[in-house]
Design a protein around this ligand. Structure first.
Ligand code: C2O
Ligand code: CU
Length: 459
């Protein structure tokens, strides 16, 4: 009955939620974390193929998966600001897909939204000049009606943008040694250990009891007694994570979705909703091999145990200041609101401004290079409502305010996805540096599929 239903909808943080939470299993730390390969390139040409495969996620069991240049997940694509690059993409799946570069400021025709379907056996070249600062971005498919399932089966990878600043800073940057990508994705495997998406699909966000980090089940990460940089991506369809250390120790956040913070900030937890990234530095120099130290979530589930190896402290212990010069200007603060969006509903009935996505409808227009204030309101419903991670393609925006107040220091940097809680209103300063048609949507992938998405045409 009603009361029971309301109870079931009580989220784990006590807030009302449409999702009945499924607890995550603790990582047993059995398997060393997989580190995705860095994608080789020649003369700025990168080959990226979406492929079918099978993967041994569980010992001696083959799970049917998708991957980029492999059977599961994808490589890290590293690009430099100022370089002109070609992504040679090809679809080796048996269904149409697209290649979307989440967080990349790229002309609309290369963005890989739902308009850019690539049929099986076909290829597409995307050529552009990297024109944004150092950041950790990612890529995933975006075909209408199949985004959530294709991501769920394994199509996701990271993009690292580097620039003069990131190369000159005294940050840990030895890939796979003291600078690690961490892609967090929860999955629900069936009794044959397969990813049967349709069987577990939840219209308000598909979640599962099994966490994979970089595709590794029960991962552990061996680190040195030194400062280690973790590039966190919430690549889940719907689950939120509040990352903490089990010891309660603080760590330093150095970056948001689209660039460095002005200076590192000490925090003891950070929440990422689907699509969001953050870079943090954990100082392992004060820990020993005997210490039991893990990354955990808000419920205390062990996400990633660390094993402290014996190699000695490197010279990355210099203190770090002046990472960036990000600012929200007075002009941006005082701009009148020119676009208003209202996120509402649940399940199949999610809307933006009372409308569901229509590929043939342009919802807004904006001029290239002009900053506008977007005001987005997450309207609660009878059930209370839920967090919608709101994402805009083709741009990095600034958060001007959340419910009229300054955002926390953790959000004082470039963003392309923002967690908006039920009842909240956020103001964003949004500028597109390129032309084209770009999506904006909720990054709970099932909400996006159900039409919580619109299009802005930049000209
Ligand atoms: Cu991460 Cu529309 O995408
Ligand atoms: Cu949503």
């Amino acid at each position: 009955d009603h009361e029971k239903m309301m109870e079931e909808m009580e989220g784990m943080d006590g807030h009302m939620s449409h999702i009945n939470p499924i607890a995550l299993n603790d990582s047993t730390g059995e398997n060393e974390l997989a580190i995705p390969p860095l994608l080789e390139q020649k003369n700025g040409i990168y080959h990226i193929a979406a492929q079918l495969g099978t993967t041994e996620i569980f010992k001696s069991v083959q799970t049917e998966t998708y991957g980029y240049n492999g059977s599961f997940l994808g490589p890290v694509i590293r690009v430099n600001k100022g370089d002109t690059v070609t992504f040679k993409t090809s679809n080796e799946l048996s269904e149409p897909t697209t290649f979307h570069w989440h967080g990349l400021e790229i002309p609309g025709e290369g963005d890989g939204g739902p308009h850019h379907l690539i049929q099986p056996g076909k290829s597409k070249d995307v050529i552009f000049t990297v024109n944004q600062e150092a950041s950790t971005l990612w890529f995933h498919p975006h075909p209408e009606g199949a985004t959530a399932e294709q991501v769920y089966k394994g199509l996701a990878g990271l993009i690292y943008v580097e620039d003069e600043n990131s190369k000159s800073l005294a940050l840990p940057n030895d890939y796979g040694v003291n600078d690690f990508p961490l892609v967090f994705q929860d999955r629900q495997f069936d009794d044959k250990k397969q990813l049967n998406y349709k069987a577990v699909l939840n219209e308000d966000g598909t979640i599962g009891d099994t966490l994979l980090v970089n595709g590794t089940l029960n991962p552990k990460l061996t680190v040195g007694k030194e400062k280690v940089r973790l590039r966190l991506l919430n690549g889940s369809n719907a689950r939120n994570y509040t990352f903490q250390l089990n010891t309660g120790d603080s760590f330093q956040q150095i970056a948001t979705d689209g660039g460095f913070l002005n200076e590192p900030i000490a925090i003891s937890e950070i929440t990422l909703t689907p699509g969001e990234r953050a870079e943090v530095i954990v100082d392992f120099s004060k820990f020993n091999a005997e210490n039991d130290i893990s990354l955990v979530n808000e419920a205390g589930n062990i996400l990633l145990p660390f094993k402290i190896g014996e190699h000695k402290t490197r010279e990355t212990t210099k203190s770090l200041e002046n990472l960036n010069d990000f600012a929200v200007t007075d002009e941006e603060r005082n701009l009148p609101v020119s676009k208003r969006l209202e996120l509402f509903g649940m399940g199949m009935h999610v809307t933006i401004n009372d409308k569901q996505f229509d590929m043939n409808r342009i919802d807004f227009t904006q001029k290239q290079g002009e900053t506008e204030t977007w005001e987005i309101y997450n309207k609660p419903d009878a059930m209370g409502g839920m967090i919608h991670p709101f994402h805009i393609h083709g741009t990095q925006f600034k958060i001007v305010s959340i419910d009229g107040k300054e955002p926390s220091a953790s959000l004082h940097g470039w963003k392309d996805t923002i967690a908006i809680e039920a009842g909240q209103t956020v103001k964003l300063a949004v500028k597109f540096n390129n032309k084209g048609i770009y999506m904006f949507h909720c990054h709970v992938l099932e909400h996006e599929e159900n039409g919580m998405m619109g299009q802005v045409e930049v000209n």
